[in-house]
Each structure stands twice: as structure tokens, then as C-alpha cells.
Write a protein that binds this ligand. Structure first.
Ligand code: ADP
Ligand code: GLC
Length: 514
């Protein structure tokens, strides 16, 4: 058991406390779910995957499921296990000899946590390399080690819930080992959640072979004939971990209903639309939830002024503080747009640049907190240099500043080319910052245009500077009508994205057979 951890100081104390679920249900009868994911806030975060990894296991536990969370021990997490002894050391068979997986057990809030260490985890101080094959070895190793530890510990999950390509190998392992070492798991169901389809985890053949999981169609690999589970995996994707996960899973979840429909089309299917169509019966779209205790403007100590819908006037103090921290001119009546994002083609922040010039020409202001693509970073820094006092740009990852942008900016710009779900727009709404989004995936499912009854933001269709510019013009015109703007803000703040929303989407019987 990991004790006396250093950064964060205590795993136990590092989450918002969650109330105990009401007693009564026999613990032995609770559905056992092993949750395999590569990021979990506050331990390791690159994007929204970590928001889900940090909050969904706890929410499911509150709903009565016996969830355990397994996470690779990324080198950045090493300080947590300093001086600790692993709960188990297991030999993971490999073609070049067995490798020892060390499992450190702890808790993240109330959720039991398994941190998986071993030689493939390496020392590199980064979560992801540019090419997936550089990370495939450690991720396949960690996925298999988590399953083997479950078997070893005698806690046999009824559901193995893998997330994205990073942990999809676990589901392939379950299929291939159903009648041998993995027979303990032969009655377990595999669920795969797709958070971001284009990240396929391709070129993982070497890693798969190393750990005894040859790709379909290879000698010793599963057959690919008609009627076989891997028949619909295109030849080029037979070493792509996500494709193998899709073909192996009993159920597949996309993180919003619209994205579940979109990925069945050539436009959004990343070449796997045929495979996904063949699994359409098994595919559901379930909108991500937000940890509304963690994201609460009434309790968020990172804000200059805390507020809620009944004290929304206090929000202006956050806007003023944000302007000061970015060195912007302090005109209260000018609309301030914010961007909090990874810089990636997905997010559409390249074609946004000309549209944002229009916003600035119309008198709007802009603050940007973003990191990623080096060329785009430069482009945004230059935008800031061209508009001193009107644009502020921070390149980097800064959760505190992100919260201050949600709590102070008037508008959050999110022109994504595709967006499986998107959490930033939900956080923005909860903080009274109106989202301006492209109509795609989860953005389409969560934001309603101001021109419609029940509007909560601004929505546009085409991924073009012109369409975005028009939406920005509409937002600026509405900003000039404070009462209408306020009505939109209040509606956005009241949107329900928490655990109750999850309960409504997934009836109890579909989560828990008991
Ligand atoms: P994605 O997972 O595709 O990046 P989401 O909207 O689902 O998009 O989630 C993004 C999450 O990462 C949000 O919690 C957002 O606040 C956070 N985030 C994104 N960029 C930054 C940044 N530069 N600094 C701090 N937090 C960020
Ligand atoms: C991915 C998607 C994002 C989603 C997040 C959590 O990173 O890009 O849309 O919200 O995963 O599911």
C-alpha cells in the first residue's frame, strides 16, 4: 500500500471528498469493474481523458459499483512510490524473457488504485511520444499486468473497461487467452470507451508479438476468415491497438451520442467506419459527465471572486483580475473571449486565426492558454504581439489559469473540426462563460444556439474562418444586450452535466445486473 506519498501529498486527500453511498447493498453483490486508463486527474493529465479517469470511477462507485482503477506508473508519478514496497511482483511473459510488473496499491479518493510499474515504463519524463509505437510497449505491458494482477489478487472483474488505444490491448488479451491463463476472465465482459478515434495506436505489431499477442492473420494470431471477430479489421489496421479493441470488446462506448453516429461515417471514421459499422449493435453514445464538485464556481479558490447563479454580479471581478494578469486594457464593456486548449488540428485553432482578427477589429479582447503544435504556438504568440493590450497569450499547461479563464472570460471559443465530447465547453457553461462551438460530436450535444429557445451559447456549422467569424459577430451583437446575455449565462450555468445526468442516460439495469 502506497503511504506517505509526496506529490500530490496524499493520494487519499487529493480528490474532492465524495459522500459515502447509502449503505444497504451487499458489497459482495456489487458489479466488479476494472477501469483501465492512461490519465487520471490530479495524478496525470494531458487532456479530457484525465478528467474522465479522475472522476468517472468515483461516480460509478457512488452508484454502487465496485470499481478499481489501474494506471501505468508514469515516470512523473515515481515520487508517489518512493520508499514503498509493491503489493505484488508478477512475471509478465515476453518473447525476450519475462519482465517483472510491480503493482503498487493505493486509493484515489475512495477508489482503489493500482499503479503498474515495470521496465517498459522507462524513465522518460513525458506521457506520450510523437509516434504511438514508441509508447505501445509500455502500454501493452501495463494493460496485461493489470489483468494478471486482478487474477493474482483473486478480485476477478466482471467488466474490464478499457479506454482509448492505450489500454485496448487488455481486451485483445482477454479474447486470445479466454481458454488458457485468462480463463479466470472468460466470463468477464470487455467494454471499450472511444475518447478520440483518430488516435489508433498503430504500428504496435512488435509490442503485441513481444507479449504473446500476435496480430490477426499472423502465424499464432487469430484467424481473419469470414465470421471471425477480426474479419472486419482492415489489413492496414491489424496492428492498431484501437482497431483490435473495437473488434474484441463486448460493448463499445463513444463519449457522446453524436460522436457515436459520426464515427460510422467515412468522414469521421478514421478508416475504421466499416469495422465500426460491423459492430454498430454493440455501440452506444454516452455523454461524458463533469465532476461538479471539483468544478464549482461557488467553491473554486482559484478564482478572484467565487460566485453562483444568484451572485453572478461577482463574476465581473474575475474578468477584471484576468485582464490584469494578461496585461489587457480594462474596459468592462468589451467582450473578452478565451481559449483553453491543446493545440492540435482537431481543435480548429488554425482556421480560427483569421476569424479572431475580425473579433479583435470589432473591439473584442482575447486570452489564450494553450500548448501543443509548435507552429500554432508561434502563430498565437505573434497574434498577441500584434495586439498588445487586447490579446494575452500563455503557452503551457496551467490548471489554475484555466479555471480563471472559465470564471472570467465572457466567451469560450472551441471551433473543433471534430470533438468526441469536449469537457471544456461544459466547464465554461458551469462558470458562466458562454461556449462558441462548431456543431460536431459532443459540442452539438451540449451547446444550444442562442437563437433557439433554451440557448446556452453559439453554434456554427462549417469549419471555415467565415462561419466562425459570423458566429463571433453574433456573439458580439448579443454581448451588447446585457439582459439577454445574462439570461444565456444563467441558463448555461444551470445545465446538468453531473452524475445525475449519467444516471438518466444509463438506466441502472444496464450498468448493474444485480
Ligand atoms: P481534449 O481532451 O480533447 O483536450 P476536452 O475539452 O475534453 O478536450 O478536455 C480538455 C481538458 O483539459 C479540460 O479539463 C481543460 O480545462 C484542460 N486543458 C486543456 N488545455 C489546457 C491548458 N493549456 N492548461 C490547463 N488545462 C487545460
Ligand atoms: C478526448 C476528446 C474529448 C473528450 C475527452 C474525454 O480527448 O478529444 O472530446 O472530451 O477525450 O472523453
Amino acid at each position: 500500500m502506497v503511504r506517505g506519498v509526496s506529490r500530490p501529498r496524499s493520494l487519499r486527500a487529493s480528490r474532492t471528498p465524495t459522500p459515502r453511498r447509502s449503505p444497504g447493498r451487499n458489497a459482495a453483490a456489487r458489479l466488479r469493474v476494472l477501469f483501465l486508463i492512461n490519465e487520471a486527474e490530479p495524478l496525470v493529465k494531458v487532456g479530457g481523458l484525465a478528467d474522465v479517469g479522475g472522476s468517472l470511477p468515483a461516480a460509478l462507485r457512488e452508484m454502487g459499483l465496485d470499481v478499481r482503477l489501474a494506471l501505468p506508473l508514469h515516470p512523473t508519478l515515481r515520487p508517489l512510490i518512493k520508499g514503498e514496497r509493491p503489493s505484488a511482483a508478477l512475471g509478465i511473459p515476453g518473447t525476450s524473457g519475462p519482465q517483472t510488473a510491480s503493482i503498487y496499491t493505493s486509493r484515489l479518493g475512495r477508489v482503489p488504485l493500482w499503479l503498474i510499474d515495470g521496465p517498459p515504463l522507462g524513465e522518460a519524463d513525458r506521457i506520450y511520444h510523437t509516434r504511438p509505437e514508441e509508447d505501445a510497449g509500455k502500454l501493452v505491458f501495463a494493460s496485461i499486468a493489470a489483468l494478471r494482477y486482478a487474477i493474482h489478487s483473486g478480485w476477478v472483474p466482471q467488466v474490464v473497461h478499457a479506454h482509448d488505444w492505450h489500454t485496448a490491448a487488455a481486451l485483445y488479451w482477454m479474447r486470445l487467452n479466454a481458454s488458457s491463463a485468462g480463463s479466470t476472465l472468460s466470463a468477464s465482459a470487455g467494454v471499450l470507451t472511444i475518447h478520440n478515434l483518430p488516435y489508433l495506436g498503430q504500428n504496435a505489431g512488435a509490442a503485441l508479438r513481444e507479449y504473446g499477442l500476435p496480430p490477426p492473420g499472423e502465424p499464432d494470431g487469430p484467424a481473419i476468415g469470414l465470421g471471425m471477430p477480426y474479419a472486419h479489421v482492415p489489413e492496414w489496421a491489424r496492428d492498431a491497438l484501437l482497431a483490435l479493441g473495437i473488434a474484441s470488446a463486448e460493448r463499445i462506448v463513444a463519449v457522446s451520442p453524436s460522436y457515436a453516429r459520426e464515427i460510422l461515417t467515412p468522414e469521421y471514421g478514421s478508416g475504421l467506419h466499416g469495422l465500426l459499422q460491423s459492430r454498430a449493435e454493440a455501440l452506444d453514445g454516452i455523454l461524458n459527465g463533469l465532476d461538479v464538485r471539483l468544478w464549482d464556481p461557488a467553491r473554486d479558490s482559484r478564482l478572484a471572486a467565487r460566485f453562483d447563479a444568484s451572485r453572478i454580479d461577482r463574476r465581473a471581478r474575475n474578468t477584471a483580475a484576468l485582464r490584469v494578469s494578461f496585461g489587457l486594457d480594462g474596459h468592462g464593456e468589451r467582450p473578452l473571449a478565451g481559449i483553453v486548449s491543446r493545440l492540435d488540428r482537431q481543435k480548429g485553432l488554425d482556421y480560427a486565426l483569421p476569424a479572431l482578427e475580425g473579433w479583435l477589429a470589432g473591439g473584442g479582447q482575447l486570452v489564450v492558454l494553450a500548448a501543443g503544435d509548435a507552429e500554432l504556438q508561434r502563430a498565437y504568440v505573434e497574434l498577441g504581439e500584434r495586439h498588445p493590450g487586447q490579446v494575452g497569450v500563455r503557452i503551457g499547461y496551467d490548471p489554475e489559469l484555466a479555471a480563471r479563464i472559465y470564471g472570467g472570460a465572457h466567451l469560450l471559443v472551441m471551433p473543433s473540426r471534430y470533438e468526441p465530447c469536449g469537457l471544456s465547453q461544459m466547464i465554461a457553461m458551469r462558470y458562466g462563460c458562454l461556449p462558441l462551438v462548431r456543431s460536431t460530436g459532443g459540442l452539438k450535444d451540449t451547446v444550444r444556439d442562442a437563437e433557439w429557445p433554451g440557448g446556452t451559447g453559439f453554434v456554427f456549422d462549417a469549419a471555415t474562418p467565415e462561419a466562425l467569424a459570423q458566429a463571433l459577430v453574433r456573439a458580439m451583437s448579443l454581448f451588447a444586450l446585457p439582459r439577454r446575455w445574462r439570461a444565456l449565462q444563467l441558463r448555461a450555468m444551470k445545465m446538468e452535466f453531473g452524475c445525475c445526468a449519467l444516471r438518466r442516460q444509463v438506466p441502472h439495469h444496464r450498468l448493474c445486473p444485480f
